[in-house]
Design a protein around this ligand. Structure first.
Ligand code: FAD
Ligand code: NAD
Length: 467
């Protein structure tokens, strides 16, 4: 007899592992099937965590090399030990993935190593390289298989020269010239890492702007800042072909119709990710996916068109972000337990961990204009924030968009130091349907970066104090 679980999760990324833990907390008998050797999914193994570890290390390197002088701290002979930096990143990943295994044990979640495939009628086949296929049964099957890098036909991944983010997190030497195709999250974050470590970096972006879904004014400021740091950013540029010649890679592109040749030694293709459904058996049992995006279609309970089969995270609609996947996972299993949990994708914050960081929640100015919504804008520059001046990090601003009539906060966009932490307050206010006036009336500690958020809220009503 196959083992039968209340919830059987396929995929142990932030969606799947968090759903499993929450389901176990709710008293369900849970198992997780994962084909990777370690738990934690893309995020912990080859995504959020290793990229942030390298962003943090490379930030420190640049600080020691170029910024501490201004503070009166002179360090001679700063040098890069790339192998040590990569090992530290690997240790951070190891610690966190082992942490998930510990949490599984603690919550009595059974973990199966191998690739899962739906067989229909609550059954999942699990096949690992080292053992025969086994069949598991679940009352509820939860698909959390995430996403994979989307490639370009003109630049197929070869794993060494034309690579995805996975390989770009582990280059064993600093590239001389890294060509990055795509000016989105991955291109700008990993482009920043290798630029800081000494590579020449050229970003080729198809559209006339970076970060297409972010607020345009903020994206433009980010582009200017990254250019000052040494990244060469070419917008409106279409890559048409690439080929290797004498150890170099030649990328042919077109900029506004004009031919261009860019020569480098590594190419990072970062043009988005696509849902990972390969080998899952979806079409065999009739689970419906969106024809264009390939994402699994679900209803408000995260249930697919096949009863008892659910899907969450990068596999379904919404931003491909770890915290969104986690919230999907919690909401899905709480709904199985009869709770009415809901995830509002409009209040899912997003952060680009460049320096300065960019953090956003809610609607952009472009979206408000397109929707015909009347709004007011409050902006406050970090140059006028005392803490930012003390830190010598005065680049950037906070921008708050509020409804012109009700003053309700509709969107917040921050570019500047620790924007990733500052956005949390704005998310909370939006979750409570709060107004700019609410933020403006909250007492913020002095001197903190968060005072810039309050001042931007005051600026919505033209009463900022410090500008
Ligand atoms: P995943 O994390 O992709 O996990 C899915 C798991 O399912 C994987 O472990 C996979 O091996 C497994 N799997 C797939 N098919 C099968 C199968 N048939 N059987 C068994 N197991 C299977 N997001 C952020 O919010 N913040 C960040 O800073 C951030 N940085 C990122 C940096 C990079 C370089 C990348 C690539 C992504 C980053 N992301 C970030 C995005 C984030 O990693 C994803 O949104 C998140 O991991 C999605 O979680 P998930 O659980 O849906 O899927
Ligand atoms: P992305 O969607 O963020 O950016 C892709 C960029 O590539 C876009 O600007 C797009 O216009 C451009 N592009 C598309 N086709 C192109 C072409 N042919 N030539 C040149 N440019 C082209 O995708 P990504 O950077 O690959 O990241 C994938 C996803 O992973 C993100 O959307 C995000 O959901 C997640 N992620 C999040 C974080 C974070 O939260 N900090 C970090 C990394 C990745």
């Amino acid at each position: 007899m196959a083992e039968r679980y209340d919830v059987l999760v396929i995929g142990a990324g932030p969606g799947g592992y968090v759903a499993a833990i929450r389901a176990a907390q709710l008293g369900m008998n849970v198992a997780v099937v994962e084909k990777r050797a370690t738990l934690g999914g893309t995020c912990l193994n080859v995504g959020c965590i290793p990229s942030k570890a390298l962003l943090d290390s490379s930030e420190r390197y640049v600080e020691a090399k170029s910024h501490l002088d201004k503070h009166g701290i002179h360090i001679d002979g700063v040098r890069l030990d790339l192998a040590a930096m990569l090992s530290r990143k690997d240790r951070v990943v190891k610690g966190l993935t082992e942490g998930v295994a510990f949490l599984f044990k603690k919550n009595k979640i059974t973990s199966y190593a191998g690739a899962g495939r739906l067989l229909g009628e609550g059954k999942v086949a699990v096949k690992s390289a080292s053992a025969d296929e086994i069949v598991l049964e679940g009352k509820h099957l939860l698909l959390a298989t995430g996403s994979e890098p989307a490639g370009l036909p003109s630049l197929p991944f070869d794993g060494t020269t034309i690579v995805s983010s996975t390989e770009a997190l582990a280059f064993d030497r600093v590239p001389q010239h890294l060509i990055v195709v795509g000016g989105g999250y991955i291109g700008l974050e990993l482009g920043s890492v290798w630029n800081r470590l000494g590579a020449k970096v050229t970003v080729l972006e198809f559209l006339p702007r970076l970060m297409p879904l972010s607020d345009g004014e903020i994206a433009e400021m980010l582009g200017r800042s990254l250019s000052k740091q040494g990244l060469s950013i070419q917008l409106d540029t279409k890559v048409v072909a690439a080929g290797s010649q004498g150890g170099e890679i030649h990328v042919n592109a077109q900029h506004k119709g004009r031919d261009q040749l860019v020569v480098g030694d590594k190419v990072l293709v970062a043009v988005g990710r696509r849902p990972l459904t390969k080998g899952l058996g979806l079409s065999e049992i009739g689970v419906r996916c969106d024809e264009k995006s390939g994402r699994v279609l679900v209803n408000e309970n995260f249930e697919t068109n096949v009863k008892g089969i659910y899907a969450i995270g990068d596999l379904i609609d919404g931003p491909m972000l770890a915290h969104k996947a986690e919230d999907d996972g919690v909401a899905c299993v709480e709904r199985l337990a009869g709770m009415k949990t809901h995830v509002d994708y409009n209040t899912v914050p997003s952060v680009v961990y460049t320096w300065p960081e960019v953090a956003s929640v809610g609607q952009t100015e472009e979206q408000l204009k397109a929707g015909g919504r009347e709004y007011r804008v409050g902006r406050f520059p970090f140059a006028a924030n005392p803490r930012a001046r003390c830190m010598d990090e005065s680049e950037g601003m906070v921008k708050i968009l509020a409804d012109a009539r009700t003053d309700r906060v509709l969107g917040v966009h921050i570019i500047g130091p620790r924007a990733s932490d500052l956005i949390a307050e704005c998310v909370a206010v939006m979750e409570f349907s709060g107004s700019a006036e609410d933020i403006a009336r909250i007492c913020h500690a002095h001197p903190t970066l968060s005072e810039a958020v309050r001042e931007a809220a005051l600026a919505v009503d033209r009463r900022a104090i410090h500008v």
